[in-house]
Design a protein around this ligand. Sequence first.
Ligand SMILES: NC(=O)c1ccc[n+]([C@@H]2O[C@H](COP(=O)([O-])OP(=O)(O)OC[C@H]3O[C@@H](n4cnc5c(N)ncnc54)[C@H](O)[C@@H]3O)[C@@H](O)[C@H]2O)c1
Length: 279
Amino acid sequence: MTELVDYRGKRVVVSGCFSGMGEATARILLDLGAEVHGFDYKDCALPLASFTRVDLRDEQSIDNAVGGLSGSFDALFNCAGLPGNMDLMDVMKVNYLAVRKVTMAMVPKLKDGSGVASISSTAGNGWMMRLATHLELAATPDFTSGLKWCEDNVDQIYECYSFGKEALIVWTMREASHLIRKGIRLNCILPGPTQTPMMPEFEKQAPKSLLEATTQPINRFATPEEQARPLIFLNSPAASYINGVALQVDGGFTGGATTGQLDMSQIAAGMGGETELQL
Ligand SMILES: NC(=O)c1ccc[n+]([C@@H]2O[C@H](COP(=O)([O-])OP(=O)(O)OC[C@H]3O[C@@H](n4cnc5c(N)ncnc54)[C@H](O)[C@@H]3O)[C@@H](O)[C@H]2O)c1
């Protein structure tokens, strides 16, 4: 198993390496012997092979960052994100449009047999209910046209956090069927509540009882490392036949909720009678 997740000498890019799951991912990859190149808009303290300051809200900044990387790469980890109480379009840019943009800009630099793993959320669990809308957005060819779609459909994206996370799942499933023809696998994880610097922002938006209800049935938050390790697995040879997957990393919440095993009353009350998740 150690050999299957062997990252010695592998060249990887981690976007969002300053804190939380991205920092944990970059740190573990360094421990595993990878050559780690980081992107963030805040300086990263880890001993990376290179760090590039990038503002993922800005297309030109992304082009400059990816353009500044030389050579070919084995893996891309899209870990950056913003909580839902930020500017609507900034959330759509960082959580969705930039993930698409960084991935597609990296494609010419990614080797045959490489992987891309991104972070969605249990908040994206409702993607099936508006699949047609998400497919329409996923079909926009680039950052600019995707942003125009968002601006023209503000009524659809007002719950920007869950909408963006749903959109990322659908885009991952759709694009994975194309990128695999270039030998690149594309997957994402759907974390449950995780103790990162983003958590206080979620706590401002939701009562404690609601957040606690979303930790059922494991009854604790994840650590950033518990999200980093599945990302690292997905981009390793151990996952060589896993493609287009949205992997739940939520301690059993989605499975329990789907099969009616959890107390959803706090969640329904917290969401005004609906059961949409915001983490
Ligand atoms: N914490 C949770 O409970 C939780 C649950 C589900 C999903 N997520 C998702 O996990 C991902 C990682 O978040 P986290 O919890 O580790 O939080 P975090 O705030 O610690 O990490 C987010 C990272 O993104 C970077 N970032 C934000 N905006 C940026 C920009 N414009 N340009 C460049 N970098 C930018 C930040 O500097 C930071 O390093 C996010 O996509 C988040 O939505 C978090």
